[in-house]
Design a protein around this ligand. Structure first.
Ligand SMILES: [Zn+2]
Ligand SMILES: [Zn+2]
Length: 347
């Protein structure tokens, strides 16, 4: 066992504090990663605060991990010491079910193992990336190409793949009109990626406050959803809408913005059910769908795509003692566009 420094929540109602965690010994197929940067995802906050169900504490969140391999198990073939690597939202899956065999481990029929707060196959509770080191099975570790700085790469492991996967699945490409709802951590990556895929990109944001940023990140158009005229003007115009907002929105009025056969894909997850007016689906053969992160193979493809197109997340790097402040700022949507913890400040 390796004792490592970390930042963890002692309970659902307390702020995160400096602490130590035990990492398992490096097994035959494991790699030990010295974490350099860990992104702060909105899910981290929901999870540690128990919004998505009871947790086991102390809990160190963090599933946007970028670092360097410092040790490998004797049977590891995919990575070597010194490699720049990343770990995203999952660290294990059954490897045998239909979905795992397709490389869609995130949809493992037995349930993938989350990077933190999940029961690992050895019975221990996983602990995330707000930490100096992590031990992960080599199959769940991806390579970060030289072209992307490690700090800007970290958020790609969740925000990047969560938006890349549906853009690919629903065919974002030249000639396709893609709308992105919400310009936050996920939304800003959706804009960059859809633009790099050649699609015509529109941001649908509550206000025009971030319009300049949106256009700089690659959007062709920017509309305020607080203005009812937006919904009249854009009716029937999009092939694909990626909804990154996890607060409830009026899905039916967004569905009306889709063209024939268009799809609205939720990547944000509101805790409450969303009502849908079925007429807004059947009057245009439209789909309302959801998508969760991406498989390991696709996560690697996304990182390679980002390197090829010079993409990374827009980040604000913070020391560990600013994590709790950063949480408040994330909740207030006061971040452009992702906080990344410099893990060398964990002590
Ligand atoms: Zn996340
Ligand atoms: Zn499986």
């Amino acid at each position: 066992m390796l004792t490592v420094n970390a930042y963890a929540a002692p309970s659902a109602s307390e702020a995160l504090i400096p602490t130590t965690l035990e990492r398992r010994d490096v097994g035959a197929h494991d790699v030990l990663i010295e974490i350099k940067y860990a992104g702060i995802c909105h899910s981290d906050i929901h999870t540690v605060r128990g919004d998505w169900g009871p947790q086991s504490y102390p809990l160190a969140p963090g599933h946007e991990i970028a670092g360097i391999v410092t040790e490998i198990g004797p049977e590891v073939t995919r990575h070597k010491v010194g490699d720049r690597v990343g770990v995203g939202c999952m660290v294990n899956s059954c490897g045998e079910c239909e979905n795992c065999r397709k490389g869609e481990e995130q949809y493992c029929l037995k349930g993938m193992t989350g990077t933190y707060g999940a029961v690992d196959r050895d019975g221990t509770i996983t602990q995330g990336g707000y930490s100096t080191h992590v031990v992960v099975a080599e199959d769940f570790v991806v390579r970060i190409p030289e072209g992307i700085a490690l700090d800007a790469a970290a958020p790609l492991l969740c925000a990047g793949i969560t938006t890349y996967s549906p853009l690919r699945h629903w065919g974002a490409a030249p000639g396709k009109r893609v709308a992105v709802v919400g310009l936050g951590g996920l939304g800003h990556m959706a804009v960059k990626l859809a633009h790099a895929m050649g699609a015509e990109v529109t941001v649908l944001s509550q206000s025009l406050k971030k319009m300049e940023d949106g256009l700089r990140l690659g959007a062709d158009h920017y509309f305020a959803t607080s203005d009812p005229v937006t919904f009249e003007e854009l009716a029937g115009t999009f092939d694909l809408i990626i909804n990154t907002v996890s607060a409830p929105i009026d899905i039916s009025s967004y569905l009306q913005l889709l063209s024939l056969d268009g799809a609205l894909v939720n990547v944000g997850a509101p805790a409450e059910p969303l009502p849908v007016n079925v007429f807004s689906l059947i009057t245009g053969r439209r789909s309302f769908a959801g998508s969760a992160i991406g498989g390991i193979r696709e996560t690697q493809e996304m990182l390679d795509f980002c390197a090829e197109h010079g993409l990374g997340a827009e980040i604000e790097v913070i020391p560990a003692d600013k994590i709790n402040d950063a949480y408040e700022r994330v909740l207030a949507s006061d971040v452009r566009y992702r906080f990344v913890i410099d893990t060398s400040t964990l002590g």
